[in-house]
Design a protein. Structure first.
Length: 187
């Protein structure tokens, strides 16, 4: 069986490598890419299409379709964007939510089954090497706190960074995995 993990390609998706590793161990062939890459994928009719959700009005062919909601929309117009996703996204066979709060906030009012699937963390997170970590991070602290995802003001990361800057546990810094915007001072 083939699985194609569809994503926008705009954000950091470490869960894709975690999902891929688990699926490959179970005998699946795993592919991933954005909508353009999926449009050229030759095995649509025999694959599971796993969509890391954004806005997908249609998805073309697939044997089974999963909509995976990792986060709510960000400002501006976050509530409006989430409404559009509820009302206008194509209908899947299954929805996966990162947690109960996300499922309840999206509030789909249909009979599509759903599951709770916490974010996967790939093994490489635990094997960070010097050039992948900020120099200020004590390598022994890896695993204490880890923020994975987009680090932008739209996501409110500046507030998260300020909060974490004032919170230390035994002088250990949080590990940040993702692209830090040049305009955001995280120290």
């Amino acid at each position: 069986m083939k699985v194609f993990i569809l994503h926008s390609g705009k954000a950091n998706y470490p869960e894709i490598s975690a999902y891929s590793a688990v699926l490959v161990k179970r005998g699946f062939q795993v592919f991933d890419g954005d909508s353009n890459e999926y449009s050229r994928f030759p095995f649509k009719d025999e694959c599971v299409l796993w969509c890391i959700m954004g806005f997908y009005r249609t998805h073309g062919e697939a044997r089974f379709i999963i909509h995976d909601y990792r986060s709510l929309s960000v400002r501006p117009f976050a509530a409006c964007k989430d409404w559009v996703k509820r009302a206008m996204n194509a209908t899947p066979n299954l929805r996966a939510f990162q947690n109960v709060q996300m499922r309840d906030a999206m509030n789909f009012g249909d009979d599509i089954p759903s599951v709770i699937l916490p974010m996967g963390v790939p093994d490489w997170i635990f094997d960070l090497v010097d050039d992948e970590c900020d120099d200020a991070i004590d390598k022994r602290s890896v695993g204490r706190f880890c923020y994975i995802g987009e680090m932008s003001r739209e996501r409110g990361f500046d507030k998260h960074a300020c909060c974490m800057a004032g919170f230390t546990l035994e002088a250990k810094e949080p590990v940040r995995v993702g692209r830090t915007p040049r305009t955001c001072d995280l120290r």
